[in-house]
Design a protein around this ligand. Structure first.
Ligand SMILES: Nc1ncnc2c1ncn2[C@@H]1O[C@H](COP(=O)(O)OP(=O)(O)OP(=O)(O)O)[C@@H](O)[C@H]1O
Length: 335
């Protein structure tokens, strides 16, 4: 007897060629500059899965997060949320989509109103967006406190009475009050002590299994990503340089930039030639004046004349997408 085939699960988010270009004006007499913060990024995330977006500061991670959370509209590209094309959505649909996507930030203290008790903070989104009664709101807030590992008496306390890890639990609880399908977490554990980081990551993983949440997890820290991600998208100067499932990418990274990020993360070891350390040298080029060819060519030890002149396309190789002229050679060496 053949195994039953599972019906395909529709992605919570599907992005096709997302691009964000900022216009920077410097006085009346100068022509405006154009900064491409995100240069055509495509991905999808299914319920219960985590896509991590990694890269150095300034590579476009937060811009991507703002587009997916509907805070900013892309300059170009298509963004589908829960099967709805966000560019075609009317105001009422957008309001519903905004409930389906919730954000968790790096600094929970900055996003929690210090004058409100935790109960009020959690019930705020319900008050604005639902017709629930005060009793129903309170019940849901108390249940959510328990779900994120806080105690019933915390309901009446203020944000300053909590530790950093507890505050991040509160921020996560607030994000879940409207039953989202996708949580965009922008460096959610970067401000926490390492021991606390693991607890918050475990909580996120437990909530994902329980609620079937999809996560877009933004982080510069591959050590953290290794624990939480199913799929990984590596960005450099607004471009995707490598994208695939976590195991493929971290066991046999092909792009020299992925290898450099791994080399700078303690405890991450790739196999074969991919294990040769690449140390990142030099500064990140200005996004206002990116290199003509491969965006990574100015810092890449494998760069040749072609790399300096011709931008590599993302192509499928060894079970992942990679944008590197030397990827085939590197993959043969790694085999
Ligand atoms: N509103 C804006 N106007 C102009 N430029 C912007 C704007 N927002 C971001 N940028 C620029 O776009 C590029 C990408 O920024 P972004 O914040 O998305 O990167 P990041 O990878 O999230 O970095 P970080 O971790 O430091 O936040 C940077 O060069 C940044 O200066």
């Amino acid at each position: 007897m053949s195994a039953p085939t599972m019906p395909p699960v529709a992605p919570v988010v599907q992005a096709q060629g997302l691009r964000q270009v900022y216009t920077i004006r410097r006085g009346f007499l100068r022509a405006p500059d154009h900064l491409q913060a995100v240069a055509g990024v495509s991905f999808s995330v299914q319920p219960g899965r985590t896509l991590a977006v990694v890269g150095e500061s300034g590579c476009g991670k937060s811009t991507l997060a703002r587009m997916v959370s509907l805070i900013e509209s892309p300059t170009e590209g298509q963004l589908m949320l829960a099967g709805v094309d966000t560019a075609q959505a009317d105001a009422a649909q957008k309001k519903l989509l905004r409930q389906k996507v919730q954000l968790v930030f790096q600094n929970p203290y900055g996003s929690l109103n210090p004058r409100k008790r935790i109960g009020q903070i959690l019930e705020g989104p319900l008050e604005i967006n639902t017709a629930m009664t005060a009793t129903q709101r309170q019940e849901k807030a108390r249940a959510m406190l328990a779900k994120v590992g806080l105690r019933p008496e915390h309901y009446d306390r203020y944000p300053h009475m909590f530790s950093g890890g507890q505050r991040q639990r509160i921020a996560i609880a607030r994000a879940l009050m409207l039953d989202p399908a996708l949580v965009v977490a922008d460096e959610p554990v970067s401000a926490l002590d390492v021991s606390i980081q693991a607890q918050v990551l475990n909580l996120l993983a437990d909530l994902q299994s329980e609620l079937g949440l999809a996560y877009l997890f933004i982080s510069h820290d591959l050590g953290v990503v290794r624990h939480i991600a199913h799929d990984v998208l590596v960005m450099y100067l607004g471009q995707v340089v490598e994208q695939g499932d976590k195991t493929t990418l971290f066991e046999r990274p092909l792009h020299p930039y992925t290898r450099a990020l791994m080399a700078s993360t303690p405890g991450m070891h790739a196999r074969g030639v991919a294990s040769q350390r690449i140390v990142l040298k030099g500064e990140l080029p200005s996004p206002l004046n990116p290199p003509a060819g491969c965006v990574f060519s100015t810092r890449c030890p494998h760069a040749n004349a072609r790399c300096h002149n011709e931008r590599p396309e993302l192509q499928t190789l060894d079970g992942r997408l990679v944008a590197c002229h030397e990827a085939l050679t590197l993959s043969q060496l790694a085999a």
